[in-house]
Design a protein around this ligand. Structure first.
Ligand SMILES: [Zn+2]
Length: 445
């Protein structure tokens, strides 16, 4: 496999060298935040944080408490609209880039800011994504995110233009218009939220006119291995699904040339270690998990001194891997493809912990599933009932749909360990998701 390096100084370095570099940057960020950011200072002092030199990552974990979305939202409520964390914006002596989060978590909207030098520092991170995926300056790129107050869209646009791509910001058009424009301009790459790539592909196939780009980029949500594999077949292009959120102000975890990898050894999404320090923590103990274990992603930015992000718990869980999981040989740690999900997405059904991506995998592994929904309810005896409403692909006849439902029942029983009812619904009975996939309906409370 040909390696496409963005920055050999880091990508060919020893892991110990990368760790030493990160530790030095972490120490500087923390010292700077103690001095200049009253939000972090007060947050840390109130939770037993300790000043002083940080000589190891263990010391970092012991001295600096984590911070969560609710802490940012409370700060903003106390000091509207920006909070003490972003006090520099109120002084207003320079231009800022201001973003909102979408508020889909139901915990309120966070405001984020960055300065011009922070925006530029982000380019050195996002360039890895496009380089690893094989894009060259001048390639035409369809960006299907809307351009708005949200970070998603504008953040990618900055990085894409800086990399030297010809960007078509088509996010504000409907799906038919996007497909028409794609036919006309024939871009080498298309980027959208992960599930929207599926939506675009399905509508394009229905119309009998789907342009085949060189590369697909998704983000903003996870999906199962089978689902990624299916999209690669539909589009005839590799699928690079990245990870990042508004808090990071640049996407920071990317697949390398191995892409989605294989079913037996799924691809790794590498954290861009020179830009961010990634911890994956056991939710029970708060300690770093081992290779192959699942935990919550906690991110410290090494490139945002003006508006720091220090030990921010993302609310997302994934399976952690040390660098040697991936055959590409890069010294960057990361997470396994198709394991990312919201910490609070985990469902308790009949006393069993169920992760939505495991259900995704059990259903999409059978090529005939077009879309599905899971409805959780209770029967007369107050026992949990899990019902999958399965919409089969239009080309399947009634007999094939019945066989597909039976296969799905068996796969769910085997993979998840509990019984799911599976009922078929006609084509059009389930809307394809245009944004974050919303497949679960919990009617039990
Ligand atoms: Zn790799």
């Amino acid at each position: 496999m040909e390696r496409r390096y963005q920055d050999e100084r880091f990508e060919k370095a020893e892991p110990a060298h990368i760790r030493a570099y990160q530790l030095e940057r972490v120490g500087k960020m923390v010292a700077h935040a103690w001095r200049t950011n009253p939000f972090y200072r007060d947050h840390w002092l109130a939770r037993g944080g300790k000043r002083g030199k940080i000589g190891s990552f263990e010391e970092f974990r012991d001295k600096i408490p984590i911070v969560r979305k609710k802490d940012y939202v409370a700060d903003q409520a106390a000091y509207p609209p920006y909070g003490k964390r972003l006090a520099r914006v109120i002084d207003g002596k320079e231009p800022f880039y201001i973003f909102n989060t979408s508020g889909t978590s139901g915990q309120g909207v966070e405001v984020h800011a960055m300065t011009e030098r922070e925006r530029r520092a982000g380019y050195a991170v996002s360039a890895y994504c496009y380089r690893w995926a094989g894009l060259e300056p001048g390639d035409k790129f369809f960006l299907c995110f809307g351009i708005s107050m949200l970070g998603g869209g504008r953040i990618e646009l900055y990085g894409l233009e800086n990399y030297g791509l010809t960007v078509f910001p088509v996010g504000n058009y409907d799906v038919n218009r996007k497909l028409e424009l794609m036919q006309r301009f024939k871009p080498q790459a298309v980027m959208a939220t992960t599930s929207y790539i599926g939506h675009l592909g399905a509508v394009g196939v229905e119309k009998g006119s789907l342009h085949r780009p060189k590369v697909l980029f998704g983000g903003g949500e996870g999906a199962s291995f089978s689902w990624f594999e299916m999209q690669q077949e539909i589009w005839g292009a590799p699928f690079f699904n990245h990870y990042g959120a508004t808090q990071n102000r640049v996407d920071l975890i990317y697949p390398c040339e191995r892409g989605i990898g294989t079913r037996d050894h799924p691809g790794m999404l590498h954290n861009i270690d020179p830009g961010f320090f990634l911890e994956v923590l056991d939710p029970e103990t708060g300690r770093q998990v081992k290779d192959g274990e699942r935990g919550e992603l906690v991110v410290t930015s090494l490139i945002h001194p003006d508006f720091p992000l220090i030990r921010y718990a993302m609310g997302d869980a994934a399976v952690y891997h040390t660098p040697n999981y991936c055959s590409c040989g890069r010294p960057f740690c990361g997470i396994e493809l198709a394991t990312v999900g919201r910490i609070d997405d985990m469902k308790k059904i009949k006393g069993i912990n169920v992760w939505p991506d495991a259900v995704d995998e059990a259903l999409f592994v059978h090529g005939g599933v077009d879309e599905y929904q899971v409805v959780l309810s209770r029967d007369a005896t107050q026992s949990d009932v899990a019902t999958v409403r399965l919409m089969a692909k239009p080309e399947l006849d009634a007999g094939a749909v019945e066989a597909l439902c039976e296969k799905a029942r068996c796969a769910l029983r085997e993979k998840i360990g509990i019984r799911f009812e599976v009922v078929s619904v006609p084509q059009g009975g389930i809307a394809r998701s245009e944004y974050k996939a919303r497949r679960w309906i919990d009617q039990r409370s």
